[in-house]
Design a protein around this ligand. Sequence first.
Ligand SMILES: NC(=O)c1ccc[n+]([C@@H]2O[C@H](COP(=O)([O-])OP(=O)(O)OC[C@H]3O[C@@H](n4cnc5c(N)ncnc54)[C@H](O)[C@@H]3O)[C@@H](O)[C@H]2O)c1
Length: 321
Amino acid sequence: MKILVTGGAGYIGSVLVNKLITSGHQVKVIDDLSNGFKENIDENADFIQGSILDNDKLNQALDGVEVVFHLAAKIRVEEGEREPELYKKVNINGTLNLINKCTEKNIKKLVFASTAAVYGDPEDYPVNEKSKVNPVNVYGATKLEIDQYLEKNAKSLGISSICFRFFNIGGALQTKKGNWLKIKHEGATHLIPSILHSSNEKPLLIFGNDWATKDGTPTRDFVHVVDLADALIKSLTKLEVPGNQVINLGTSTGSTVLEVVKTAEDSLKKNISYRFADRRAGDSFALVTSNEKAKQVLGWVPNKSLSEILQDAQAELLANH
Ligand SMILES: NC(=O)c1ccc[n+]([C@@H]2O[C@H](COP(=O)([O-])OP(=O)(O)OC[C@H]3O[C@@H](n4cnc5c(N)ncnc54)[C@H](O)[C@@H]3O)[C@@H](O)[C@H]2O)c1
């Protein structure tokens, strides 16, 4: 198929582009390289450098395309709190602009990268697609706005869309040529990069050890980026009927922060120094999702373990930084 990946130079996008091309698809990428790497883009992809807010570039990118995977976004929770207007501009206006252009050009298939952050601090464990949405930060709110827009309008626009709510994504991809696709580490506040960058001098900070979990530290659901790309590719055959679907992508298995630290120590064969700090505003005690719907709709099950996620993340760090 002829596919456009927005944000295809980024962490998840570059893995998806690589896997789509390996599966025989024709791929275009639009990315402004604000947080991606040109060298991440497969040489067989047609690359348009530019923003989804630039209509000329977007027209060029959408020409001849049948399906759009929309991954381009501003993704940092803390930055979103500091610069809400920028997040609204790119994540909401940029996406609505893209949807408008798709309808103008009669492109009817859209996959949107949404996030677990739409659930905020959820009441359910594990959450599912019917759980209450209640984002507690600007980033999550901008993604929810698009989920809700598609839920309301996809059918009348004649678009078949899936909003995938990704949980915590980790790991990396080594290409067939042997290089590891690059991950941006600067400014990353996610747990796995923070573990990899910790040292005795700069221990990992664990925010809160008094949560209602088995060891007091928060629980998260980690999916390998290669498993995630596999789910996205499986969705290509599920975009036939106009209307929107929401699908959570996670493993249904929660790991506490201390369990992730222990797995990192075992699988990376090193000591991880850490210390406890106060809880952060807006954090939740547990973000874990059922993946029954993903299994049922896509026939998808994640295959890779937390240990593989950590080992691949470390291999990328050693190879590229
Ligand atoms: N990484 C995760 O754990 C995670 C979890 C949930 C959801 N997501 C979603 O998945 C998607 C991909 O995330 P990622 O981790 O690969 O992030 P990323 O920042 O590595 O990738 C996003 C890409 O979009 C590009 N971009 C940003 N603004 C743009 C614009 N205006 N026009 C064109 N390109 C632009 C960036 O340069 C970058 O290459 C995002 O939509 C994100 O919200 C990621």
